[in-house]
Design a binder for this molecule. Structure first.
Ligand SMILES: Cc1ncc(COP(=O)(O)O)c(C=O)c1O
Length: 411
C-alpha cells in the first residue's frame, strides 16, 4: 500500500475547479431561506394553482393509451418525436424562423446552458455576463473554470456601450477576448428589465467584430403583461452567433424539466452527440400531447393574467408601504422586481431580521461575482397569492424602517 496523504478523505480526487469552488457559501444560505417560515418572495417558483395538473393527467392517459408500446420506451413514440415541431411553431410566433434540425431538446434551461458550456468553454475562457445575473448560470460558468466578467445593467438592459469600449481596449492591449456572452434579454433575472432592440443589434455586431457567441436565455419572454416584445436576439442574428436557450419551466411547470436550444445545425449536432442517451422521452411525449389543440397557448395567456395580477399587487404594495429612500424596477413581465434599499443598508445582513419579521427575499449580492449588490434584493412576485404579497411587503417595510434609525445613528 502506498502512503498517500488522505487527511482530506478523497477530496484530492476532485477536479481543480471543484476543489476551488466547493466551499462557496451561497448554496448553504439558500437552504435556510427555503426553510424559513416567512412569506417566500425569494425564489422564482410558479404559484401552485398555475400547474395544469388535470390537463397533464388527461394528456398522460391519452398518451399511454395511444402509444402503449412505446410511450415509455427508449426514444418514445410519435408524440415525443413531435415536440421539436411544437418548439419550431412557438419560435415562429416569436419571429424566429427555424427548422427542427436547429432544435436540441434539453432537461430544462439549466441543462441547456450546461450543454453550451460543455461544448464551447475551456478553463480560463472569458464569459461576459450581466451584473447582476441568474445565479444558476454563474454556478455553471464556475463549474467550467471560466473567467466571469460582469457589465452593469440599466433600465434598458446590459450596458452595451461600456462593453464595446472595453472590448476595443482589450483588443488594443492584446488581452484575451471573450468566448461567450450570456444574456437574459426579457424580464431579466434578477432585475426585471428588458434589453432594447437597438442593444440586441449592437451585441450581435460586437459578437461578429470580436468573434464570440451570444447565449440568449429567455425563460420569461412569453409572460409579458405590457408593451410589445423586441425581436429575440436569435431572430435578429444574420451570422449564426446567437444560441437561444429556453424552457417549459415557467409556462408549464419546472418539475417537467424540459427545455431546448435553438442554434445553427453544426452546434445542434454536437449538442445531440454530447447528450445522447439521456432523453426523458415520456415527458417529451406528454408535453407534445398537452400542447395539442392550443392548450399550451391558452395556458400561457392565463398565466400572464395571473402573474400580471401579482406584479401589480407587489408594485402597489411597495408604493404604499416602503419607507422613503427605497426604489424598485417596474418590469413589463416575468417574475421579479429588483429593490434598491436606502444608503447604508446591507440586504444580506438584514435578511435574518426580515425572516424574523415574516418575509424572505434573495439578497442582491447573490447575483454578482464580485462585492456588488449589497443594497439590493430580488423580490419574486410569482410564487405567493396577492394577499401574501401584501403581507410580505409590509414585513419588508417594517424591517427597513427598523434598520433606518441604526443607519442614521452611524452617520
Ligand atoms: C434566467 C434563467 N435561466 C434559467 C432558469 C432555470 O430554468 P430551468 O428550470 O428550465 O432549468 C431560470 C430560473 O429558474 C432563470 O431565471
Amino acid at each position: 500500500m502506498s502512503e498517500r496523504d488522505q487527511s482530506n478523505g478523497l477530496e484530492h480526487l476532485f477536479t481543480d475547479t471543484v476543489r476551488e469552488t466547493m466551499d462557496s457559501s451561497v448554496y448553504g444560505a439558500w437552504r435556510s431561506i427555503r426553510d424559513a417560515d416567512a412569506v417566500p418572495l425569494s425564489f422564482g417558483f410558479p404559484y401552485p394553482d398555475s400547474f395544469p395538473n388535470g390537463e397533464l393527467l388527461s394528456a398522460a392517459e391519452s398518451l399511454l393509451d395511444s402509444e402503449s408500446e412505446c410511450a415509455l420506451q427508449y426514444g418514445g413514440g410519435e408524440y415525443a418525436d413531435a415536440l421539436p415541431e411544437v418548439i419550431v411553431e412557438q419560435a415562429r410566433s416569436r419571429g424566429i424562423s427555424c427548422t427542427t434540425a436547429e432544435v436540441h431538446l434539453t432537461n430544462g434551461a439549466t441543462n441547456a446552458i450546461d450543454t453550451v458550456c460543455q461544448t464551447v468553454l475551456e478553463p480560463d475562457d472569458t464569459v461576459i455576463v450581466e451584473a447582476p445575473t441568474f445565479m444558476g448560470a454563474l454556478r455553471l460558468f464556475r463549474n467550467y473554470g471560466a473567467n466571469i466578467e460582469g457589465y452593469e445593467v440599466d433600465d434598458h438592459g446590459l450596458d452595451v456601450d461600456a462593453l464595446a469600449d472595453d472590448l476595443a481596449a482589450r483588443e488594443a492591449a492584446g488581452d484575451a477576448l471573450p468566448k461567450l456572452l450570456y444574456t437574459i434579454p426579457n424580464f431579466h433575472n434578477p432585475t426585471g428589465v428588458t434589453l432594447t432592440e437597438e442593444r440586441r443589434e449592437r451585441l450581435l455586431e460586437l459578437a461578429e467584430t470580436y468573434d464570440f457567441l451570444i447565449l440568449e436565455d429567455d425563460p420569461y419572454g412569453q409572460l409579458r403583461f405590457d408593451g410589445t416584445e423586441p425581436p429575440p436576439v436569435r431572430a435578429l442574428d444574420q451570422t449564426g452567433r446567437a444560441i437561444r436557450a429556453n424552457t417549459f419551466s415557467k409556462t408549464i411547470a419546472p418539475g417537467i424539466r424540459t427545455g431546448w436550444i435553438i442554434a445553427e445545425e453544426p452546434f445542434i449536432k454536437q449538442f445531440d452527440r454530447i447528450n445522447a442517451g439521456g432523453e426523458p422521452s415520456f415527458t417529451r411525449g406528454l408535453i407534445a400531447r398537452y400542447a395539442e389543440d392550443g392548450q399550451l397557448d391558452r395556458a400561457i395567456n392565463e398565466l400572464s393574467t395571473g402573474y400580471r395580477k401579482r406584479r401589480d399587487r407587489m408594485l402597489e404594495s411597495l408604493a404604499e408601504q416602503m419607507p422613503p429612500g427605497t426604489t424598485w424596477s417596474e418590469p413589463n413581465g416575468g417574475f421579479f422586481i429588483w429593490v434598491t434599499f436606502p444608503e447604508g443598508i446591507d440586504a444580506e445582513a438584514m435578511l435574518t431580521d426580515a425572516i424574523d419579521q415574516g418575509v424572505a427575499y434573495l439578497p442582491g449580492s447573490f447575483f454578482y461575482t464580485d462585492d456588488g449588490g449589497t443594497r439590493h434584493a430580488r423580490l419574486s412576485f410569482s410564487h405567493v397569492t396577492p394577499v401574501k404579497i401584501d403581507e410580505g411587503i409590509a414585513a419588508l417595510a417594517d424591517t427597513v424602517r427598523a434598520e433606518t434609525p441604526a443607519i442614521e445613528a452611524d452617520d
